[in-house]
Design a protein around this ligand. Structure first.
Ligand code: NAD
Length: 500
């Protein structure tokens, strides 16, 4: 009997009633390990109602009580980080050390939420006019929704709901149907920390659940992370229904390697950032742009390192890279490698057809390295989301930055160089939301904000950090006069109020 993954509504497990369901698979074995019940419209409505009812008291719960709960939640995540990482590996496939990193980066945002008192202090100006003070405050929005992707089933929900609830909102999460179990464990830990029933809810589901959340009249805002086509759809649909929306999409992240770069450091970084988590990261480096004569040497050093990567089940401590999420995704990734030579690339490493003995039904693919990739080829134009690194050759910095800036995506990017002036120029000229200088995966710490440009983000706000606090609150400005009893009456004045 496989287990069934249910919803978490109003502080308890709620069994799904619909026949519509998905299958959760262990990517390392191909075995179906769970059945996930897809929410009906009524079940989504029940989750939103639970969140709306909880908001009536949570929105005015004192900051000290909110932060006390968040501190306890952080301690529970810390105590259970191994267990959470194991749940991630079992359904996503990434190796345990990588899953632990995901938990740690998610916890950074919980730490930011623990300090929400400072973020919500507001501003006060006294005596802006005679006996008049002005205060700017930020208040919660109400019910906020999160819709999250398969590739960070623990971290991305943690980017969203701790900060949202710290700001006084209540939350409904719709996690990926491919690896949904970890969010239920996180919900249990939040409840154990003292989060009142209904403040954080989880509905499992597919498009039916998402569409209901996007149009629901009681939902105030939507945070989405996923692929670009769905991000665009979520942004268009939810804004049409009057919601505030941040929708983070896909990526094609470039690493520009200048001729003066430390080639060993650049090769180490390219291999770690391209093949970590089997390339299933929105901040993975998927295109290296080699400037000048270093191309051959750089490719040789990348190849030498990439060939040594140990691929195997995520729970095996010897494994450095695990399987892909589904067999269908593995086949799609393989199709880019198989079509690369016909579109002009040199296939330096071909990871297609790879398997792990004893785990033949797992969703395996090996390491692929494509050199001299053309900007018009499918392997370059599309987000492959697998362990495939494309190398492109250019003669000059100017050619390199033009190539990067012509990409429709603008999530992360990196420059590798020893020249501070060139690095400074790159960080100012490149059209991307997150830039690394000799840092290949520049995912901002929790107290800065994460977000891309162009087709990598729809909406005005990046996620977490100061942008997150702004996204999950709205401003109010209060102008106050307390006249002195000795003041003469102001009298009627139909002129526009002036301060003097
Ligand atoms: P996805 O877009 O397929 O799914 C994301 C969420 O949207 C899931 O919860 C899914 O159930 C839902 N969804 C899927 N199709 C839908 C539809 N037609 N209508 C309504 N909802 C739908 O993404 P994924 O495959 O789970 O995740 C991988 C993608 O996410 C990659 O493109 C990756 O770059 C991107 N990603 C981006 C970031 C970022 O911060 N920019 C972070 C992580 C992942």
């Amino acid at each position: 009997m496989t287990k069934t993954v249910h919803h978490w509504i109003g502080g308890k497990t709620v069994e799904g009633t619909s026949d519509a369901h998905g299958s959760v698979t262990d990517p390392a074995t191909g075995e179906v390990t769970a059945r996930v019940a897809f929410a009906t419209v009524d079940e989504v409505d029940a989750a939103v109602a639970a969140a709306r009812d909880a908001f009536a008291t949570w929105g005015t719960t004192s900051l000290s009580r909110r932060t006390a709960i968040l501190f306890r939640f952080r301690a529970l995540l810390d105590a259970h980080r191994d267990e959470i990482a194991e749940l991630i590996t079992a359904e996503h496939g990434k190796v345990h050390a990588d899953a632990l990193g995901e938990v740690a980066r998610g916890m950074e945002v919980v730490e930011l939420a623990c300090g929400i008192t400072t973020q919500l202090k507001g501003e006060l100006s006294t005596e802006v006019a005679g006996r008049v003070d002005v205060a700017s405050i930020r208040q919660p929005l109400g019910v906020v929704v999160g819709i999250t992707p398969f590739n960070f089933p623990g971290m991305v929900p943690l980017w969203m709901f701790p900060l949202a609830v710290a700001c006084g909102n209540t939350f409904v999460l719709k996690p990926s149907e491919k690896d949904p179990s970890v969010t239920l464990r996180i919900a249990e830990l939040a409840a154990e920390a003292g989060l009142p029933d209904g403040v954080f809810n989880v509905v499992q589901g597919d498009k039916v659940a998402v569409d209901r959340l996007l149009e629901h009249p009681d939902v105030a805002a939507v945070s989405f992370v996923g692929s670009t086509p769905i991000a665009r759809y979520v942004h268009a649909t939810a804004t049409a229904h009057g919601k505030r929306v941040q929708a983070l999409g896909g990526a094609k992240n470039h690493m520009l390697v200048l001729p003066d770069a430390d080639l060993d450091a650049a090769a180490d970084a390219a291999v770690s950032a391209a093949y970590g988590s089997a390339g299933e990261r929105c901040m993975a480096i998927s295109a290296v742009v080699a400037v000048g004569a270093i191309g051959d040497e750089l490719v040789a050093r990348i190849k030498e390192r990439a060939e040594k990567i140990t691929i195997g089940p995520g729970h095996d401590p010897a494994s450095e890279m695990g399987p892909l999420i589904t067999a269908a995704h593995r086949d799609k990734v393989a199709s880019y490698v198989n079509g690369a030579a016909a579109q002009g690339a040199e296939v330096v490493l071909d990871g297609t057809g790879f398997t792990v003995p004893g785990h033949e039904d797992g969703h395996w693919i090996g390491i692929s390295l494509l050199d001299r990739v053309s900007v018009t080829s499918d392997a370059y134009r599309e987000e492959i989301f697998g362990p495939v690194l494309c190398v492109l050759r250019v003669d000059t910095y100017e050619e390199g930055i033009a190539l990067i800036n012509a990409s429709p995506y603008g999530n992360g990017t990196a420059v590798f160089t020893r020249d501070g002036g060139a690095a400074r120029r790159f960080q100012l000229e490149v059209q991307a939301g997150m830039v690394g200088v000799n840092v290949p995966i520049p995912v901002p710490v929790g107290y800065h904000s994460f977000g891309g440009w162009k087709d990598s983000l729809f909406g005005d706000h990046h996620i977490y950090g100061n942008d997150g606090v702004h996204f999950y609150t709205r401003g109010k400005v209060v102008t106050t006069r307390w006249p002195d009893p000795a003041d003469a009456p102001a009298g009627v004045d139909l002129g526009f109020p002036r301060n003097h």
